[in-house]
Ligand binder design. Structure first.
Ligand code: OSB
Ligand code: MG
Length: 370
């Protein structure tokens, strides 16, 4: 297969509630939607870069530049025999995993549609359902946080992740535990601490958290290994893992015992399969992270999570927690038992609502194979 055209749109969707982490507060979701076409079929994927470089270095503007000037010309030069060939073909471009992932995932989606197959089958997963979890942002105070968790548990979610940062950590977790003694609970610091905080973080050991996510530097694994040696709570890495090799190094070094796998952070589905396999070979659980995706990226996450190494609920929750109106129909919904049904239709498996995409698009460019 030869790709004939790549189309990139910038899409802006209001979030129903602001989402706050240790690195900032997001009130609108802005992302690139990438479409690829060949032989009369198109495939789509959402780029997980943000407007700002506060989570990882990429932004929508760097992703657009790298897609337009480097990745798309490389993709046009390929004769594709299988989507797994796309990420290795981008190897000369260092970094820029989110831009690579968007184009690579669009090729997988196109491939699945051509075969009339749901993405999960092409990825080697299984149909059925997946377990949903939620990520709860920093709230204005403890009472507001407890009320949010109460509502999520009532909605069926079986595992809750809360964001922490210095000054909003031990006492907060203590209050959550007092109210929800048996809830599967974890915390995510998004790199807000340093190794000097190790003794402070050790106070979290008494709350039987399932894990602490990315406490230290966004690109660190060495300090995390020192921290893990001093903590009983398992460390989970998010930001630091950008390839299968990163996962192997982190696990072999003892920097973490669990990995948050975000397909957009590891160059796409082939990178995700490499991380998944590296973790599975070492007996380390993986779970699927989220980037406040619209239904298009959210469904890609649903398909990915049907692989056997995903033994823990992830951060994939219902569309309605984020958006008044999602870009896919039906939206992603969660059952009262906390499960998401895995689509059976071709590709991502739910229809993209193009008039909604059109209304949310403020910029668009198409590149054609010369
Ligand atoms: O660290 O997992 C994170 C959202 C944006 C950037 C980073 C993270 C998150 C989340 C939200 O935790 C997950 C979601 O609900 O999509
Ligand atoms: Mg995280």
């Amino acid at each position: 297969m030869r790709i004939e055209a790549v189309e990139v749109r910038r899409v802006t969707l209001p979030l129903r509630f602001p989402f706050e982490t240790s690195f900032g507060r997001t009130t609108t979701k802005q992302f690139l939607l990438v479409g690829v076409s060949a032989d009369g079929v198109s495939g789509y994927a959402e780029c997980v870069a943000d407007a700002d470089p506060f989570y990882l270095p990429e932004t929508n503007t760097t992703a657009l530049h790298v897609l337009r000037d480097f990745l798309t010309p490389m993709a046009f030069a390929l004769e594709i025999g299988h989507p797994r060939e796309v990420l290795p073909a981008f190897a000369r471009v260092r970094g820029h995993e989110m831009a690579k992932a968007a184009l690579e995932m669009a090729v997988w989606e196109l491939w699945a549609r051509r075969e009339g197959s749901p993405l999960w089958r092409l990825l080697g997963g299984q149909g059925g359902e997946i377990q949903a979890g939620v990520s709860v942002g920093l709230q204005k105070d403890e009472a507001a946080l407890l009320a949010r968790i109460e509502a999520e548990v009532a909605a069926g979610y079986r595992r809750v992740k809360v964001k922490i940062k210095p000054g909003r950590d031990v006492a907060l977790v203590e209050a959550i535990r007092a109210r929800f003694p048996r809830l599967p609970l974890m915390v995510d610091a998004n790199s807000a601490y340093t190794l000097r905080d190790a003794d402070h973080l050790r106070q979290l050991d008494r709350f039987s958290l399932t894990m602490i996510e990315q406490p230290l530097g966004w690109d660190d694994i060495v300090d995390h290994a020192s921290l893990q040696a001093r903590l009983e709570t398992p460390v989970c890495l998010d930001e630091s893992i950008r390839s299968g090799d990163d996962a192997r190094r982190a696990l072999d070094l003892g920097a973490c015992r669990v990995v948050n796998l975000k397909v957009g952070r590891v160059g796409g589905f082939s990178g995700a399969l490499a991380v998944h396999d590296a973790c599975r070979a070492r007996g380390a659980p993986v779970w699927c992270g989220g980037m406040l995706e619209s239904g298009i990226g959210r469904l890609a996450n649903v398909h990915l999570q049907t692989l056997p190494g995903f033994t823990l609920p992830g951060d994939t929750s219902a569309s309605a927690r984020y958006f008044e109106e999602d870009l896919v129909d039906p939206p992603v919904v969660v059952s009262p038992a906390g499960a998401i049904a895995v689509p059976e239709g071709a590709g991502i498996g739910h229809a993209i609502v193009w008039p909604r995409v059109e209304r949310a698009t403020d910029f668009r460019e198409t590149w054609r194979r010369p």
